[in-house]
Write a new protein. Structure first.
Length: 371
């Protein structure tokens, strides 16, 4: 019995070794910023996005939409939310409805077939030859291709840009917003832009998108904020560039990026593979007006504060009157407690927090009998 099993074991080992030898030719590590070799800018991958499977229902809070991974699995600690996207309105909403933008079907078509000619025409603006580095001060994280350490056989279809949560994400080129929602599984809150030359750029894992489908953007305009929604182990922007249903390497096309991106652009332009890099105009990184808090964030903050107040009241019944600021009677004879000028009412939550942080005020100590 053991002898019969030995050839099978030998065959299995041979297949593993053969796979390692064959696969090793296309598996590579993250690009070394000190590597002076010219980049490969013409690499493409399959049109079927490993990290972009559409949800069956992307409505917020729908069953089965939280905790889903790229292939429908549910890895712990990940979800595609919280959903933070604008409410469609105005001329952009009408334009999106007329063109069929903003839907899951639109996103699916962009990945599988490419940009519809009507969408490219509606993008207007300049047909891009190069791209603006989309995050101010963002650092090069992971490049394009077979660069994953955990799954080296799965291609990484874009470039990761590391930056703190809340950092502004800018449009890499003029275009029109084709999708701004969180129904593309694994990508979290994501923006898809269509450009006049038929390109589609993707901005994933954002904490919040700030543009709606149908809106025409200019290069350098704010479209989202850096976050960690979807399948993301840390805050960053995942950027992809697609053409005719295929993801292409954008690494050598960025202007105004970190040193590694600048070297990629210089090497590729020197070989005539891409247009030469250009200086970023000052107006392309304009100062944006501050954003008002998202309504969902405001509602959640109020709910958390109400829960904290309820816990405080439960711990100490004397704090129950804190919301009105009126003193709470604690004497067995129901005598009113003294009121001291310049000090929060006795029995109030404000006074409790004051005493936690500071020594008791002198005026309050004088009002205590026997002090």
């Amino acid at each position: 019995m053991f002898r019969a099993a030995r050839p099978v074991s030998t065959l299995a080992v041979g297949l593993v070794l053969a796979g390692a030898i064959v696969g090793g030719a296309r598996v590579k590590a993250d690009p070394d910023p000190t590597d002076q070799r010219a980049p490969r800018t013409e690499r493409e991958v399959s049109a079927a996005p490993a990290e972009a499977e559409l949800e069956s229902d992307h409505a917020p809070g729908a069953a089965g939409t939280e905790g889903r991974g790229a292939h429908g699995t549910a890895p712990r600690g990940w979800s595609d939310g919280p959903r933070r996207v604008p409410t469609p309105s105005g001329a952009s909403k009408l334009r999106a409805e007329e063109l069929g933008l903003g839907t899951r079907e639109c996103a699916a078509r962009l990945f599988r077939e490419g940009v519809d000619a009507r969408w490219a025409s509606a993008a207007r603006g300049r047909a891009p030859e190069r791209l603006l580095w989309p995050v101010d001060g963002g650092q090069w994280g992971r490049g394009f291709g077979f660069v994953r350490t955990g799954r080296p056989d799965v291609p990484h279809r874009g470039v990761d840009v590391a930056a703190p949560v809340g950092t502004v994400i800018r449009a890499a080129a003029d275009g029109i917003v084709a999708y701004s929602d969180n129904g593309v599984r694994g990508y979290g809150n994501v923006v898809l832009l269509v450009h006049a030359n038929g390109w589609m750029s993707l901005y994933a894992h954002t904490s919040r998108t700030t543009v709606q489908a149908g809106y025409r953007v200019q290069r350098g305009e704010r479209i989202a904020l850096v976050g960690q929604t979807g399948i993301a182990r840390g805050p960053h922007l995942h950027f992809e560039l697609w053409h005719r249903g295929r993801a292409i390497d954008p690494g050598a096309l960025f202007d105004g990026g970190p040193p590694h991106a600048q070297r990629l652009a210089t090497h590729a332009a020197g070989r005539g593979l891409v247009p030469p890099p250009a200086e970023v105009a000052e107006g392309e990184r304009r100062q944006e007006a501050p954003l008002a808090p998202h309504p969902e964030d405001v509602a959640e903050a109020r709910a958390r504060q109400a829960a904290r107040d309820a816990r405080d009241a439960a711990r100490s019944p004397a704090l129950a009157g804190a919301s009105t600021g009126s003193p709470t009677v604690t004497s067995t004879e129901a005598a009113p407690l003294p009121v001291c000028a310049g000090v929060p009412a006795i029995g109030s939550l404000a006074l409790a927090r004051l005493l936690e942080a500071h020594a008791a005020p002198e005026v309050l100590l004088r009002a205590v009998p026997g002090a």
